[in-house]
Structure formats: structure tokens, C-alpha cells
Design a protein around this ligand. Structure first.
Ligand code: FES
Length: 511
């Protein structure tokens, strides 16, 4: 199966989610869901089971985006510390967010039980450890806030890993699983219930017409539905959410260890900036240690591949590594106030378009929660989480400084990246497998030379809002530093919010 980068994730390598066959789609549905990751497929299953007739349209392949790139931690202790949520939303709402995360974990557990899914789901503890006084103070704030929102945590004197620590806390009832093995069964349940899915079908337009949603794919092919759900990780085009989301990349590596007792049963987090996260994964008797971290804003690292070097060095400092088996990176979106945007798509005329985005590092939990919220909104017209996660929420204080700094960051990339272009004398200077933004013969070009020496040249101006894309030397992609659109070396669109690929030059003709 494919994903949105050239590195193979452990999940892709070990999943059987490869042999899916599309069924023929009709033209009329109750709900069309755009995107076949954990959000889209879980939503489809829930709606189908609630009596709705659904069509899932996936532009690429099932699990193409972050569902194949996640580290698949299942946390109720979220990436956004609860003290931030208390400060931004109040204690009652932060407690509701904790309940929502617990409910999402329960939904996953129930699916695993109900459908007898072999996806290595394990309920386990989470540990967070400090290594100095500053981190200890931060840990105390995190600990107090966890208790404050009604979750359990305790100070412990030991953690299930060889890292040195000064203080640590343990929180119970977390989890981990194999996301694609889980998704595979959800998908077959969805199809058994009558749901239809089409891969390789990109949606070009969604328009409201006579109280229904007209979905256009290709040049002139239409589907009609009462409701549309954007389960696309970030919604396409320029809309009210564009300025409230910031794209990040995170790096994950899979290690075989010399000492099998070193594989931790639990989830572990340090408190570095950015933090590292640890878990084990087991598939058909092979166990590996997954360690992630090195997060940075998308398109804003001069040498993404180097993050693996640093991550590996960090792991080797603590563990006896026998072999490095996997390395891959993946994308996530931060919201301005620490909670995702799930519900009615803001700025749309009717309440028949839905969106789910801004999951931070908790995609499996919030993807599942989105399915629950959107299903409740479509079936019952209401959800207990509707207000808290509303994409249209207006919070003049919460997240305002993040909003300003993220958008200043975008403005900076719109202007400065156009000035900081490398100059090279000839295209022969480019090594095989390398891409670069260059000033060549008075033209700014993105150039990529593949392993056979074939040269691709393209216009590096992002088709979303005009920032200059940057070369990602590990995933072999052009990444936009503004809102995270990503393109293949030849300019094809990998992931939104852009809706078209980069313009390509025909080198012979345009010379
Ligand atoms: Fe918005 Fe590129 S993703 S300008």
C-alpha cells in the first residue's frame, strides 16, 4: 500500500490492508465522506450502522495519510497538557475533553471486542519522566492538571525503561494498537453493512444545490448527498480553518533490541522540547521498539533526514540496539487553542458539511472521537461535545498568541523564502535523489533528479496560497511551510490543503 512519503512505515509493512476491491458506486447517498483514514472509515461505519447510506471517496489509497504514519499511541493524557486546556477552556470543559478521550478509547476497545479484531490492542500505563528541576516543575503542573480533570496519576520511583530520571508519574488506562489492522476490519464491517468506498477518486468541488450536496469528481462526474464529511486531515482550499491550523512533522524509528526484556509494555514520554515517545509493537512474533520525536514545523527544517540521525543517537544512548528496522515521518496539525476542530464546517451556508481536523499528536483518539461526534450530529442533530470542539468556536483569549505567531510564520514564508534561493551553475550540480529550490537562468525552479538521473523541474509556488515549497530529503517530497500541503517529486499533489499539483516545466520545451 502507498502513503504520503517514500519511507515505509512499520504499519504499512506489516498490514494486509492491500487487497481492497472497490464496489460500484451509485449517484445518490445520505452521506459522502471524503477521506479513508481512521476518521473517514470509523465515521462511515458508525453512520452505516445507524441506517445511513454512505459513500467514502479517497483521493489516493486507504490509510494513505497519517493513519499509516502515526505511532498509534492511544492516550487519554493528551499532547496538549490539561493545564493548558483548563486555562483555555475552563476546568469543566477540560474535564469534558478528558471524558471525550476516554470515550474514544472505549469505542476502539469495543470495536476490537465486537469484531474480534487482531490488531495487537493492549491496554497499558503511560509514564512521563523528568530529568532536571525545570522538567520536575512542569511535571508537577501536568500531574495536578491530570488529577484536576478527573483522571488518575501517581508519582512513581521507577519507569519501564533504561533512561535516567529524577521524577516520574504514571497514568493508567492508556493503550496501543496496530492502526491498519484495526482499520482493515472496520472497513470490511463498513462494507458488510452496505457502505461503499472508492479509492483514487479526488473530489474537485462540493456545492450546495437545492438543499443537497453536489460532489464533483473528475471533470464532470457528480454524486449527490444530504451531508458531506471532510475527513481529509486538513480541509482543502482556503477557508476559516486555514489560519487556525499549523502543520508539523514527527519522526518515528523502529528498533530491534539486543535484550528482549528492554521492550517496554507501557507508553513512555520524556519532557524534552520536542519530547520523545516510546512504545513497543508486536506483529506475528516480531517485537520492535518504536521511538518518535524530533518534531518541527513542516517545510521548516533544513535537513529532515538528519532528524533520524539524532533520533537514533538518542535511542542508542539508552538502549542496546541490534538493528534499525524502520524509519518514517508523518504530519499532524496543531490547532491554536489545543483542541481539535470537529463538527459543522464553519462558513458554510447549511449545516450539512462537517469537518474534523487539528488532532495534534492524538490522531487515533480524535479521529475516533470525530466519528462519534459527527455521527451524533447527523443522526440526532446534537452531541454532548458539540460546543467544546466546535470548529466555529470564537475564543478571543485562548490561543490568540498562537494564532498570531503561526500566521506571522506564514507571512514570513510568503516573503522571505522567495529571497533565500540557492544559485547553482548548472543542473548537473544536482546529485541523484536530491531536490532543490534554485535560481536558474533568472527563473526560480524546484528541481529534482531521480535515481536514474531524470530531471524534473517545476514551479515551486504552492497551489494553495502561494508560499514556496521546500525539499524534504527523507520523504522525497516538496513540503509547503505555510499550511502543510505536500507534493511528490514530480509535482503531483500528495496531501492538501492544496487541491492541485505544482506546475511542471517540460525541460526540453521550456528551455
Ligand atoms: Fe498554504 Fe502552501 S499550503 S500556501
Amino acid at each position: 500500500m502507498k502513503r504520503d512519503g517514500s519511507n515505509l512505515s512499520y504499519w504499512q509493512d506489516t498490514s494486509q490492508l492491500n487487497d481492497h476491491k472497490d464496489t460500484v458506486a451509485q449517484h445518490d447517498y445520505d452521506v459522502v465522506i471524503i477521506g479513508a483514514g481512521i476518521t473517514g472509515i470509523t465515521t462511515g461505519l458508525m453512520l452505516q450502522n445507524a441506517g445511513k447510506n454512505c459513500l467514502i471517496l479517497e483521493a489516493k489509497t486507504i490509510g494513505f495519510g497519517t493513519t499509516s504514519g502515526t505511532s498509534a499511541h492511544l492516550n487519554t493524557v493528551l499532547d496538549t497538557p490539561y493545564y493548558d486546556l483548563i486555562s483555555n477552556f475552563g476546568k469543566e470543559n477540560a474535564t469534558l475533553a478528558a471524558s471525550a478521550a476516554k470515550e474514544a478509547l472505549t469505542i476502539i476497545s469495543n470495536h476490537v471486542q465486537q469484531f474480534n479484531i487482531s490488531c495487537d490492542l493492549e491496554h497499558c500505563n503511560g509514564y512521563m519522566y523528568a530529568t532536571n528541576e525545570d522538567e520536575e516543575k512542569e511535571l508537577k503542573k501536568i500531574y495536578d492538571a491530570i488529577l484536576g480533570v478527573g483522571l488518575q496519576a501517581t508519582y512513581v520511583t521507577d519507569i519501564p525503561g533504561p533512561m535516567d530520571m529524577t521524577k516520574a508519574i504514571k497514568f493508567e488506562k492508556q493503550g496501543r494498537f496496530h492502526p491498519l489492522e484495526y482499520l482493515k476490519v472496520l472497513l470490511s464491517q463498513y462494507e458488510n453493512a452496505g457502505g461503499v468506498i472508492q479509492e483514487g477518486v479526488a473530489v474537485n468541488e462540493v456545492k450546495e444545490e437545492n438543499n443537497r450536496q453536489k460532489i464533483t469528481v473528475g471533470d464532470d462526474h457528480h454524486y449527490y448527498a444530504d451531508a458531506v464529511v471532510y475527513a481529509t486531515h486538513t480541509p482543502p482550499g482556503i477557508n476559516l480553518l486555514t489560519f487556525k491550523l499549523a502543520p508539523y512533522r514527527s519522526y518515528v524509528m523502529g528498533f530491534q533490541l539486543k535484550d528482549e526484556h528492554q521492550y517496554p509494555d507501557d507508553l513512555i514520554y520524556d519532557m524534552q522540547e520536542p519530547f520523545h515517545y516510546f512504545r513497543k509493537a508486536t506483529y506475528q512474533d516480531q517485537t520492535i521498539l518504536l521511538v518518535g520525536g524530533q518534531d518541527h514545523k513542516t517545510g521548516q527544517h533544513p535537513n529532515p533526514e538528519f532528524n533520524f540521525v539524532k533520533l537514533e543517537a538518542f535511542v542508542r544512548k539508552h538502549y542496546a540496539v541490534r538493528a534499525v528496522l524502520y524509519k518514517w515521518s508523518s504530519q499532524y496539525y496543531e490547532s491554536t487553542d489545543g483542541l481539535p476542530y470537529i463538527g459543522y464546517f464553519p462558513g458554510k451556508k447549511s449545516k450539512q458539511q462537517f469537518v474534523a481536523t487539528g488532532y495534534s499528536g492524538n490522531g487515533m483518539i480524535f479521529g475516533t472521537l470525530s466519528a462519534k461526534i459527527i455521527t451524533d450530529l447527523i443522526i440526532n442533530g446534537t452531541s454532548e461535545y458539540e460546543q467544546l470542539f466546535s470548529p466555529g468556536r470564537v475564543k478571543p483569549i485562548a490561543g490568540f498568541s498562537n494564532f498570531i505567531s503561526e500566521n506571522f510564520d506564514v507571512a514570513k514564508h510568503l516573503i522571505i523564502d522567495r529571497l533565500a534561493i540557492d544559485k547553482i551553475d548548472g543542473l548537473a550540480d544536482l546529485a541523484k535523489g536530491e531536490g532543490k529550490i534554485i535560481d536558474y537562468d533568472k527563473h526560480t525552479l524546484g528541481v529534482y533528479k531521480d535515481d536514474e538521473g531524470t530531471l524534473f523541474a517545476l514551479d515551486p509556488v504552492c497551489k494553495h496560497a502561494g508560499c514556496i515549497v521546500q525539499w524534504n530529503n527523507t520523504e522525497k517530497s516538496w513540503d509547503c511551510p505555510c499550511h502543510g500541503a505536500r507534493y511528490a517529486p514530480n509535482g503531483d499533489l500528495l496531501t492538501g490543503p492544496a487541491t492541485a499539483g505544482l506546475s511542471v516545466y517540460d525541460l526540453k520545451k521550456d528551455a
